[in-house]
Design a protein around this ligand. Structure first.
Ligand SMILES: [Mg+2]
Length: 239
């Protein structure tokens, strides 16, 4: 890898924003707002049902995209179904969820510090598989949105990671070649594979020490904490 890095592009969910943490916080807000509906359901049951509804409907979302609103209402319906509760509340639940979830203060450890530290030295951007109504708000909630010169979201751009085109688009918006942009992300299949295929050097954020899948693509760097991204960039620049 050369020392000619000019930009750093980030994934958002589970790289900068703790998606699961925010979901659980949002669920607590929802349980409070709808306390009569959820009376007698304990928190663990709520959490299990929510995570299962999210898993099931995320699979649907990435299969055949219905409208965004539909998929969110559908998730709320599945959630209520799993708890044996009245599905008539699904619309209101889905609406409240979209309102509170991206406003939860749920950074991945060191996210704002890293972005702030890199901002004077690199152009910064985001490449995320996500929906615009929640994703911009998450970056605003984290207090870092203004640091990003480009924010490319799959559901606005029309192409998702790991397709190389979404990475090329972001590099192009910054006026950079792919090899000048380091990509930082937690998903091996979407982030590491996609960005490497697009010709970007990649830092795999792997906080849980997972084994990389055997997919014939290797990352350039691997870190367990976001603070280590800064250390890597310091080393690269000094060589
Ligand atoms: Mg991610």
């Amino acid at each position: 890898m050369s020392a000619d890095l000019r930009a750093v592009l980030f994934d958002v969910d589970d790289t900068l924003f703790d998606r699961n943490g925010a979901q659980l916080m949002a669920l607590d807000v929802i349980a409070r707002e709808f306390r009569d509906l959820f009376a007698g359901v304990d928190r663990q049951e709520l959490v299990d049902a929510f995570l299962e509804s999210d898993r099931l409907t995320t699979l649907e979302f990435y299969g055949d995209i219905p409208t965004v609103k539909n998929i969110r209402v559908r998730r709320a319906q599945v959630f209520l179904d799993l708890l044996g509760l009245d599905g008539a509340h699904a619309d209101a639940l889905a609406e409240l969820y979209v309102e509170v979830y991206p406003r939860m203060d749920a950074p991945v450890d060191g996210a704002a510090a890293l972005v702030e530290a890199l901002a004077p030295r690199f152009q910064l951007g985001v490449v995320s598989n996500s929906l615009p109504d929640v994703q911009y708000q998450k970056l605003a909630t984290l207090g870092i949105r203004h640091f990003f010169e480009c924010i490319v979201l799959s559901e606005e751009f029309g192409i998702r990671k790991p397709d190389p085109a979404i990475f090329w688009h972001a590099a192009g918006l910054l006026g950079r070649e792919p090899e000048e942009c380091l990509y930082v992300g937690d998903s091996y299949t979407a982030d590491v594979v996609g960005a490497k295929r697009a010709g970007l050097p990649v830092c795999w954020f792997n906080p849980n020490g997972l084994h990389p899948p055997q997919v014939g693509v290797e990352c350039d760097f691997e870190v367990r904490t976001l603070a280590q991204v800064c250390e890597i960039l310091n080393e690269v620049e000094s060589t």
